[in-house]
Design a binder for this molecule. Sequence first.
Ligand code: PBG
Length: 329
Amino acid sequence: MKQKILQRPRRLRKSDILRSMVRETRISKDSLVYPFFVTEGNNIKEEIKTMPGQYRWSVDRLSELFKELSEHGVKSVLIFGIPDKKDECGSGAWSKDGIIQKALRYIKKNFPDIFCVTDVCMCEYTSHGHCGILDGDYVDNDKTLEVLAKTALSHAEAGADMVAPSDMMDGRIGAIRKELDKNEFYNIPIMAYSVKYSSAFYGPFRDAADSAPSFGDRKSYQMDFHNVREAIIESGLDISEGADILMVKPGMAYLDVLTKIKEKFNKPVALYSVSGEYSMIKAGAKLGYIDEMSVVGESAVCMYRAGADILITYYAMEIAGLIDEGKIG
Ligand code: PBG
């Protein structure tokens, strides 16, 4: 006996065509950003132990990566540099011949259509591994602003299309905007790591970039993961200082934060699904506990559903592949 049930949500789940017709989230390759590591030296494509499938690339081999990206239709990258020398103040970050600057010049010359975002931070360049200039054991906020502004300017001069400060100093968006404008880079947008938590999910990245702090942790500048009101304060400040895009980081465990930021502010919001998220999926798949590509596709869609306009992920090419195959989209 059939019951009289007027509303049967299962009706719209009956076939593939119908399910895809009523989908609430649509995703596109245009919003994917692929992060990668570029290192000094020649002929290097070195796999990162804690991030299988991700590599440290020397500039002379980048064309292999860029061909792969364009085959997948991924148009944007986020570049991290691994210098061969570090010092107390991280001077390699703004050097004209720094690793990021060299990589940018190469990419802009050979792959002008790729959109290059650069991570602006000091931790890969300082001998102590902290994201700024030290005063004793404390990262001095205002001294750090000067070097961040110089670094962002040197990226713009070398060809960056957008800069992304990830240091979490107070006032850094304002300091960078002022420096860029003073040098007539009015049209270089800033994607602010506005809501960056102090997170154990960055573990594999620090191995990849050799950027773990040599003492202490980053809790005096990155956010406490117990907090969400603070995320709203940080985002509001960044907009008032000139940020064009807000970012929430990490991804997976922080989607409530993303949704709140998206509802509250009228700016594009990026989500950074970080190294630890990538490595967990890889490890689970390697053990045979989960199906890698199904989990990758599902988590990507969920990140967009939660509100991401832009997704920064080491799985960008695989996600593009899943979109091409019609598995998600
Ligand atoms: C630099 C920076 C980090 C990440 C992005 N930019 C590391 C950190 O803050 O310790 C992490 C990205 C990832 O884990 O994939 N400050």
